[in-house]
Design a protein around this ligand. Structure first.
Ligand SMILES: C[S@@+](CC[C@H](N)C(=O)[O-])C[C@H]1O[C@@H](n2cnc3c(N)ncnc32)[C@H](O)[C@@H]1O
Length: 380
């Protein structure tokens, strides 16, 4: 299996190079209107935004910034296939303009435009951000009524184009089953409040995150695995450091990332360089966590009924039997701003060549015999 990944350096308000209905999933986080770090970017797109901010006209600046984003949501809608999903990570903004402090509700404005454009809304996710200063206060301190609550969360809007996606042919159905996730992952991923405390993997480095407002790898990886199947095309119209590209690469999805600022080219490329081993470590982590789950479940509750066809270890439901989480064999730059990722298609056969498949089997056997704690190592 091979996936392809493209980065386009252009304004995503016009994506005519991407055919209509060719994208399975959109994952993105736009520049946030009314957050000062994005003022310059918005001003460069429309001079009236500069004027509104200079005239202390917050609501007008807010609306004009969103009119710029609306054009991107409209393109996202066009390129999505029927039943395709868009996940938009967005935070609200609080700001004092002139003398007035107020909330600018970015998530509500985006949702309202997207519904108007034709999307249907699915339950959103609240991403609880960890704050370094839990007792940070805004406004009049301890004096009512002018003290304000602190924003400690962002939203991930989940929107669908049209009705539920259909999987008609047996090949499509098999691909869907092989793209499934584990029961215990579902219980965490489909909760409507996320924080990433305790998630250990971070593929994008912290330096570029600070400079670019990148979201965590885990966020993109989960959304891709929740809302698309292998070899779908995932589009991020505000790709920044390329987190969505990395998560698509690690998930056997194709991807297109769009970025207006060509300075990100180097950051994206350096993020991709040498990342295959980290991706395999991440994938290995999923398998390890599953084995730990099985061990704990069977020790404290009962034996699981089903067995994974490809790994041999127990799984909770029939829907998990076909799961294959492919390891990455190689990532190559195939052209300017284009990459190809090659995967191990048959995890068992290929892994049998290395000692670690035996280890996974041994561990599965150990689990079945409920004897010892699984210890897995990477086959790379
Ligand atoms: C919040 S950041 C996205 C960060 C990204 N999720 C990551 O993990 O690195 C928004 C990005 O959108 C880019 N951008 C802003 N306006 C754009 C536009 N109209 N078209 C394409 N990219 C744009 C910015 O340069 C910035 O890199």
């Amino acid at each position: 299996m091979i996936s392809t990944h493209k980065i386009l350096f252009t304004n995503s308000n016009n994506l005519k190079v991407i055919p209509s209905k060719s994208v399975g999933l959109v994952i993105t986080s736009p520049p946030y209107p009314m957050i000062e770090m994005w003022d310059e970017s918005f001003k460069s797109q429309n001079a009236e935004i500069k004027e509104a901010l200079e005239n202390d006209n917050g609501p007008t600046a807010f609306e004009l910034m969103h009119l710029e984003l609306d054009r991107v949501w409209s393109e996202a809608y066009r390129v999505l296939e029927d039943g395709g999903i868009a996940c938009i990570n967005i935070g609200d903004a609080t700001r004092t303009i002139g003398k007035r402090f107020q909330l600018y509700s970015n998530h509500a404005r985006i949702l309202s435009y997207c519904l108007e454009r034709g999307f249907g809304s699915l339950p959103p996710i609240i991403w609880r951000k960890q704050t370094n200063a839990p007792n940070k206060f805004m406004g009049s301190g301890m004096l009512p009524p002018g003290a304000y609550v602190t924003l400690e969360h962002e939203f991930i809007l989940v929107l669908r184009k049209g009705d539920k996606r259909e999987f008609r042919t047996s090949a499509q159905k098999l691909n869907r089953s092989q793209s499934a996730f584990f029961w215990e992952e579902r219980n965490i991923w489909f909760s409507d409040v996320w924080d990433f405390k305790g998630t250990r993997q971070q593929l994008n480095n912290d330096k570029s995150r600070n400079r670019s407002a990148a979201f965590p790898f885990e966020l993109a990886y989960r959304l891709i695995n929740m809302f698309s199947v292998k070899l779908d095309t995932v589009l991020d119209p505000f790709v920044g450091t390329g987190t969505t590209t990395l998560a698509a690469m690690a998930s056997c999805r194709n991807s297109i990332g769009v970025e207006i600022d060509p300075n990100f080219q180097e950051i994206i490329e350096s993020g991709i360089d040498g990342v295959a081993a980290l991706m395999n470590d991440y994938i290995q982590g999923r398998l390890e966590r599953h084995l730990h789950f099985v061990q704990e479940y069977e020790e404290t509750k009962k034996e699981l009924k089903y067995k994974s066809k490809h790994y041999g270890f127990p799984v909770m439901t029939r829907q998990e039997i076909e799961i294959i989480i492919n390891y990455v064999r190689s990532i190559i730059k195939s052209n300017d701003n284009e990459f190809e990722v090659d995967y191990l298609d048959e995890p068992l056969l290929k892994m049998a060549e290395s000692s670690s498949y035996d280890q996974i089997r041994d561990n599965a056997d150990l689990l079945n015999n409920k004897t010892s704690k699984p210890q897995l190592t990477l086959p790379f």
